[in-house]
Design a protein around this ligand. Structure first.
Ligand SMILES: [Zn+2]
Length: 402
């Protein structure tokens, strides 16, 4: 982001296949592509990032299986985000909102419900098709300055531009931000949501590190980055989705009053040690200890003859399974609500994925919740499993049995 070249090695997770590269049975004997997965930090601006970029066409355009609407928590979050923005900035009905990385169109649907012209932009064919089928206008492409020109010519300037859990996925970020600047109406608002680096470090959310997440944002580097494009970060707000995310409000320079939150967050980030090498080193040590704790818990259960499965197969689950080497020897199968993952195998560990029904049928003793950020909702949905004597394991931040 700052073009600084002095980089500090924080944590080496080893070689990993892309976390969303689920496999069909006929692909199991083929050689999988593995790439380095290492967290580094920039000495100059403090941005946490990974040091190897897998080409986005490898990561996203092949049947990308992430669907943002599959959880109720997620859907409610995006609807309330749309309402927050519309009310908070008194944006008139009929205005254009553009969602970058719109996936199946959940956030667009939120804006549409509030009377907006909602447009999505997403490079994934499968996700975009679902959005279009649901009546959400979607441009199937990566968002950059050229896509911005196209949107501007066809729809005019946007009063709202949103990007949730996508900013950290983009390698050619400069072109994306230039596109945002071009497309944004004079008094318009950009709202970017991304997992917060402070939570990653403090809550030991190291499984959220995977090739799709190129950087792990915080306020200090973000503020100086957008400035380079004539934009201004004027407010930030904490939101609870995905284990703690931050919403960044950005406008054209001088177009919105600068809130105190910016300074407060930056001084808190410094206090928390986000830009301190000693603190980052300590984080890496804790990650190694966490791996040992989780593996010994699982091995102990296996020794006692227990059957263990995994619930949900999110991208982050694959970082955890691959880093901890939890193969089929330990985890019999995974279960999922997302139809497109059922019948496939997890990348790296090759654990088969079934529907949640399989859990009730096979009645394992323990179920490891990989999407721990939705643990409450998952445990509620699967209460039948607990009633039948099953126990849940929540892996992060400290493995615990429920
Ligand atoms: Zn930097």
């Amino acid at each position: 982001m700052c073009r600084g070249g002095e980089l500090f090695n924080v944590l080496d997770l080893g070689m990993h296949p892309p976390s969303d590269a689920f496999l069909r049975e006929d692909q199991l004997l083929e050689q999988e592509a593995y790439y380095p997965l290492k967290l580094i930090s920039c000495d100059r601006c403090g941005l946490l990032q990974i040091d190897y970029i897998v080409h986005p066409e490898i990561l996203y355009q092949r049947d990308y299986p992430y669907e943002s609407s599959t959880t109720k928590t997620g859907r409610e979050h995006y609807y309330s985000m749309a309402a927050d923005i519309v009310e908070g900035f008194s944006i008139p009905k009929g205005s254009l909102s553009v969602d970058i990385g719109s996936n199946v169109g959940v956030l667009c649907a939120g804006f549409k419900k509030l009377g907006f012209k909602a447009l999505g932009v997403d490079p994934s064919n499968t996700a975009a098709k679902k959005a279009i089928d649901n009546g959400i206008e979607t441009i199937v492409d990566f968002f950059n300055e050229f896509t911005a020109d196209k949107v501007l010519g066809q729809y005019g300037a946007a009063k709202v531009i949103t990007a949730t859990n996508v900013f950290a996925h983009i390698d050619e970020l400069d072109s994306t931000v230039r596109g945002m600047k071009k497309l944004l109406a004079k008094d318009g608002v950009i709202a970017i949501e991304a997992p917060y680096a402070v939570d990653l470090i403090n809550n030991l959310e190291y499984d959220t590190i995977y090739h799709e997440h190129i950087c792990y944002l915080s306020v200090k580097p973000m503020r100086s980055y957008v400035k380079r494009f004539g934009l201004e970060l004027f407010d930030v707000k904490k939101v609870s989705i995905h284990g703690g995310s931050l919403r960044y409000y950005i406008g054209h320079e001088g177009s919105h009053s600068l809130k105190k939150s910016i300074k407060d967050y930056i001084s808190e980030e410094k206090k928390q040690g986000l830009y301190s090498k000693a603190k980052l080193r300590n984080f890496a040590l804790k990650v190694e200890k966490h791996k040992m704790a989780l593996v010994s818990l699982i091995m102990d259960l296996k020794k006692r003859g227990k059957k263990i499965v995994g619930i949900t197969a999110p991208a982050k689950g694959n970082t955890l399974l691959n880093y901890c080497n939890l193969s089929r020897q330990y985890i019999d199968f995974l279960t999922e609500k997302t139809q497109i993952k059922i019948g496939l195998y997890s990348p790296g560990m090759h654990i088969p994925i079934y529907s949640d029904e399989h859990l009730f049928k096979k009645k394992p003793d323990y179920a490891l919740i990989l999407a721990w950020n939705f643990a409450d909702e998952i445990m509620k949905n699967l209460h039948k499993f607990k009633k039948g004597g099953g126990k849940f394991i929540i892996p992060i931040p400290t493995p615990k049995i429920i």
